[in-house]
Ligand binder design. Structure first.
Ligand SMILES: O=C(O)[C@@H](O)[C@@H](O)[C@H](O)C(=O)CO
Length: 494
């Protein structure tokens, strides 16, 4: 420790080292007369601060040889945010592309930062849905702490966002905003009436006829009597389709407006407000997208991005499934609508959609928001498959045994019978499972069950060994992310 403290004092980052201690040189920062650096000792990651100041005094930790050695606690993260504003999340607005890099493990952000640094796109590092928190047993505090510490570790000063993803309930919105989340993704699926899609045209007309006359007139005037004029979008409202769209989306639009007025318009700081209408039974037509956006604008609701459900399938962790020509036609309209209303098109379940990334980059002219999450977990699984075959085999078998249970959380079309049996695969070939869609989805949707699985004595069945392995292999993990997420960025034109 003495050598390390001397190096910190001298401010010569190239000499920062100490036996048995890993020093994250990029983290070295000086404010006033205090220098801080992140290290990893046998006890885990620590901040080491040298030089008395308010920052030094406020960090909670042990004083060793005159240096403060502070663990990566929530309180210490708040202190870092106070003294080093780049470690706190920020909103980005609509003029720069953004990428959600959901990190369910709290260990992926360093690799994400290394991938995105210097590119014309900003990372939303702290992005988790309530579903993910429930499945991993984490809190939004944990998520934000991990992202902020990664930003400090990497010395990344270009800004990162924090997205309360797929929020449906007011209590969750309040929770995320209270902690300083800078993006809010409002999931409107519970206010979207999907049953309408199952009705015949006559049934739709009967249901529509009982809506208040003023409401019907409002919609008919705006969409049947006045043609929508959005350059680049093919919009054609028929009476039948309009009736359906009104029945499906009217309550959702009221919900979006109410949340906006109560939580976003009243905030004294910027928040990137995203509307998600993607977790629904059927694709969002460009006409429905335009209608929702146009109604919001009319009501004075300003949004940062909108996530429609595209045609075809955007399943988690695998490439696009569907007719790429049709996707391209509809994407052109969705992108034109977003440009018209001056927000970004948001692509959910954006992990691994390699065959459509170039189209997304092209039609949005490089201004999009894209969300990934599962693929980052799968990169961690790939590391385990490479370096700890025994753990991989146990996790894989557990996933097979619990697959049906896991389908309650995610929609996938996995054929588990098509997965090559473990007994037929040599250790060296285990990472190949991460190249095969059925195995990817098997491991993707079971992440929560795997991370929370317990032995009879209450200890974690996999999590401890998994995190130990990942700590030892943190550079390998970061390299895998640079390669895999780097491929996403390249195809998106970034
Ligand atoms: O799994 C989740 O709940 C989230 O990661 C996703 O739904 C997220 O919005 C996403 O699309 C990530 O690809």
């Amino acid at each position: 420790m003495k050598e390390l403290i001397d190096a910190i004092k001298s401010g010569n980052t190239s000499t920062l080292s100490a036996p048995g201690v890993k020093v994250y040189g990029s983290s070295f920062t000086q404010i006033g007369n205090t220098s801080v650096v992140m290290v990893r000792t046998e006890a885990g990651k620590r901040l080491v601060a040298v030089g008395e100041s308010d920052l030094f005094n406020q960090l909670n930790g042990e004083v060793v040889d005159g240096a403060k050695v502070a663990p990566l606690t929530h309180e210490n993260r708040l202190t870092l945010n106070q003294f080093l504003p780049y470690t706190a999340p920020q909103a980005f607005g609509t003029q720069v592309a953004t990428m959600g890099l959901g990190d369910r493990l709290g260990i992926a952000s360093p690799g994400h930062i290394q991938t995105i640094r210097g590119k014309d796109i900003r990372p939303v590092l702290a992005q988790q849905s309530i579903r993910e928190l429930a499945l991993t047993g984490r809190t939004y505090e944990d998520v934000l702490d991990a992202a902020a510490y990664a930003v400090f570790q990497e010395g990344y000063k270009d800004g990162y966002g924090a997205d309360g993803d797929h929020l449906k309930k007011e209590e969750d919105i309040e929770y995320a905003l209270r902690l300083g989340f800078t993006m809010l993704t409002l999931d409107c699926s519970e206010n979207i009436d999907n049953t309408i899609e199952t009705l015949s045209a006559d049934e739709v007309a009967v249901k529509y006829a009982v809506l208040p006359a003023g409401l019907r007139e409002h919609y008919e005037k705006r969409y049947l009597e006045t043609p929508a004029n959005v350059p680049g979008a093919a919009l054609n409202y028929t009476r039948e389709a309009l009736q359906k769209d009104v029945l499906i989306y009217d309550a959702a639009i009221n919900f979006m407006e109410a949340i906006y007025r109560k939580y976003i318009a009243t905030l004294d700081r910027a928040v990137d407000f995203e509307i998600s209408i993607d977790e629904t039974a059927t694709p969002t037509s460009p006409e429905a997208h335009y209608l929702v956006a146009n109604e919001l604008r009319d009501r004075g609701v300003t949004i940062f991005s909108m996530a429609p459900r595209f045609c075809g399938e955007f399943q988690k962790g695998i490439d696009y499934i569907g007719d790429i020509a049709q996707f391209e036609r509809e994407l052109a309209s969705h992108a034109a609508i977003a440009v018209h209303f001056e927000y970004k098109l948001s692509i959910h379940s954006g992990s691994d959609k390699f065959s459509v990334f170039p189209l997304i980059g092209q039609y949005t002219k490089g201004l999009f928001h894209i969300k990934t999450a599962g693929t980052n977990w799968l990169e961690a699984v790939r590391v385990v498959a490479k370096v700890n075959p025994s753990l991989y085999r146990r996790m894989h078998q557990f996933a097979l045994d619990h697959f049906t249970e896991a389908t309650a959380y995610y929609h996938v079309t996995t054929d588990i019978n098509a997965i090559v049996p473990l007994a037929e695969v040599a250790d060296a070939d285990l990472p190949n499972y991460m190249e095969e869609n059925n195995a990817r989805q098997l491991l993707h949707i079971t992440y929560g069950l795997l991370l929370q699985a317990k032995n009879a004595d209450g200890s974690k069945q996999f999590a401890e060994e998994f995190f130990r392995t990942m700590t030892e292999q943190e550079d390998v993990f970061a390299e895998g992310l640079r390669h895999h997420i780097g491929r996403h960025l390249e195809l998106l034109g970034k």
